[in-house]
Design a protein. Structure first.
Length: 149
């Protein structure tokens, strides 16, 4: 076994071809449809999200240092909304939800692939994306009334 399996992932790894991950010697290959999702999301993220991630972190840091209370929340929400809008327009949201409720129904594996690709870019808005699109909405999807869904 190669010790290379345990090396830290750096920014240079983001552009390497995907489709596999190694966990303790076990290799899992994505289906062709899943590879397509990975490559499409990776291309968009590298082109549109990654170049702005460092500046977004600096903006968040500046907001947190210079604003309090409601003003801080409003400014941080504006960043999160713009990020979510950008992802939604690119089709990177809604994988967990059926089309009848506004999702694209691609499923859990697709959501995880997109999560991994977005995490690699390191945008500060990604936490709000993950929480807002999964935490409460899954419960509503499962147990909510038709009006809530």
């Amino acid at each position: 076994m190669s010790d290379d399996r345990f090396r830290a992932i750096g920014m240079g790894d983001i552009t390497m071809p995907g489709g596999w991950s190694v966990s303790d010697g076990q290799t899992f290959l994505y289906t062709p449809a899943e590879r397509e999702i990975m490559h499409q999301s990776r291309a968009f993220i590298q082109r549109e999200i990654l170049p702005n991630a460092a500046a977004a972190h600096q903006e968040v840091k500046q907001i947190k240092m210079s604003h309090e209370g409601r003003a801080r929340r409003e400014k941080l929400r504006a960043i999160a909304r713009a990020y979510l809008k950008q992802l939604g327009e690119a089709g990177l949201t809604g994988a967990l939800f059926p089309e009848e409720y506004g999702g694209n129904g691609r499923g859990v594996v697709a959501e995880c692939i997109i999560d991994e690709e977005l995490a690699a870019a390191g945008h500060p808005g990604d936490t709000i994306r993950s929480v807002s699109l999964t935490l409460g909405t899954i419960s509503i999807l499962r147990y909510g009334t038709p009006e809530q869904k």
